[in-house]
Design a protein around this ligand. Structure first.
Ligand code: KG4
Ligand code: ZN
Length: 350
């Protein structure tokens, strides 16, 4: 699927966490069909993703979803892609095996896609930003499991500049939301509650601010919220909870902005700051990063929230970007891998 094959179509599968997703894109990156099923209801009563349940749910739903997108797309795929890491191994196996089976049966190339690369490249999907950001750009990837600042140089070419030393920001959102009794996943609920609160009401720490390097830390902030709540002892009022949520959200946004500023100053060749991952769906976070980008003379590209959270469109797009630079994909012996650094090679079967 190199340049002459742009008329082709890619079928892609995403099953690395708790979203079951399939999509078909044409060679130019237009979405012909997509399906996404969030497993939130399956896991909510456990307060987080249960890996075994997630794998079984992917297995139950994925085949029907793939059939549906293939029927809707009306174009036979010329390549198949699946997220093969990083993520929960059970789900990765389900998605990778279905994709490999289709590739084998139809004699199509198979792309083993790195989930983090898919998030990083999603900013270049047609329709997200006009013109699409040129390489290299700086990507801030902030989700429930990841927190990275990366120089995105091209498909397969990524330089990690900073990462979290403890929690990911989405994890911090989820834990604080749980403390406030907002259920799981907590990010969107906390954002709604924060809208009623005063972000200056509760003084909270800003870890790493002004420090050299581009690493992050969120566990101190989470602990500060827990300590504050414990000190209140009795039931906190709705007002107090909203103030705490707003103050927490402001602290996260400020920390992300501070670290992104530090990173931007080390990559003058990057004209664009891209944000992706579930936390990039947060309006306060987006506003703080827009401000930093403007101050540093860069352009901010933030894909719409539905493309920031996990989906199969970005997986198909990552395969298309790779194909365009002549990458033929992987053979079918490639194994899913729960840990897979950006820039690392996909694993081979032993
Ligand atoms: O990228 P994603 O869908 O899945 C991975 O973790 O890979 O991100 C999910 C995370 C969860 O922690 C969720 O609470 C957080 O992103 N999140 C948000 C918002 N929407 C999702 N955090 C803050 N504000 C939001 N609006
Ligand atoms: Zn993700």
């Amino acid at each position: 699927m190199t340049e002459p094959d742009r008329a082709g179509a890619v079928l892609a599968i995403e099953t690395s966490c708790d979203e079951t997703a399939a999509a078909v894109l044409d060679g130019a990156g237009r979405v012909l069909a997509q399906a996404l099923w969030s497993q939130v209801a399956e896991h909510a009563r456990f307060g987080g993703v249960v890996p075994e349940l997630a794998a079984r749910a992917h297995l139950a739903r994925l085949p029907g979803m793939v059939e549906a997108v293939l029927a809707e797309a009306g174009a036979a795929p010329t390549a198949v892609a699946a997220t093969t890491g990083p993520g929960l191994i059970g789900g990765l196996i389900v998605g990778a095996n279905l994709a490999k089976g289709l590739a084998l049966a139809r004699s199509l190339p198979f792309y083993a896609v790195n989930h983090l690369e898919a998030h990083a490249l999603s900013a270049r999907l047609p329709g997200v930003a006009e013109p699409p950001p040129d390489f290299p750009y700086l990507t801030l990837l902030v989700s429930g499991g990841h927190c990275l600042l990366v120089e995105t140089q091209g498909p397969g070419a990524h330089r990690v500049l900073g990462r979290t030393l403890d929690d990911a920001p989405g994890e911090a959102f989820d834990k604080v939301a749980k403390m406030l009794g907002l259920g799981w996943p907590g990010g969107p609920a906390l954002e709604r509650l924060a809208a009623e609160g005063d972000p200056r009401a509760v003084p909270l720490p800003r870890a790493m601010r002004g420090r050299a390097g581009c690493d992050f830390s969120f566990s101190g902030l989470k602990t500060a919220v827990a300590t504050r709540l414990a000190a209140r002892g009795a039931e906190v009022s709705q007002r107090e909870a909203a103030d705490l949520a707003a103050s927490f959200q402001a602290a996260v946004a400020e920390q992300l902005a501070d670290r992104a500023r530090a990173a931007l100053r080390t990559v003058p060749a990057c004209a664009t700051l891209v944000i992706s991952g579930g936390v990039a769906a947060n309006a306060t976070v987006r506003a703080a990063l827009a401000e930093v980008a403007a101050e540093e003379g860069r352009r901010l590209v933030a894909p719409p929230p539905a493309l920031c959270t996990d989906n199969a469109v970005m997986v198909a797009w990552a395969a298309i970007e790779r194909a365009r630079v002549g990458d033929p994909g992987e053979d079918l012996f490639v194994s899913p891998r729960p840990r897979w650094e950006l820039g690392g090679l996909p694993a081979r079967a032993a």
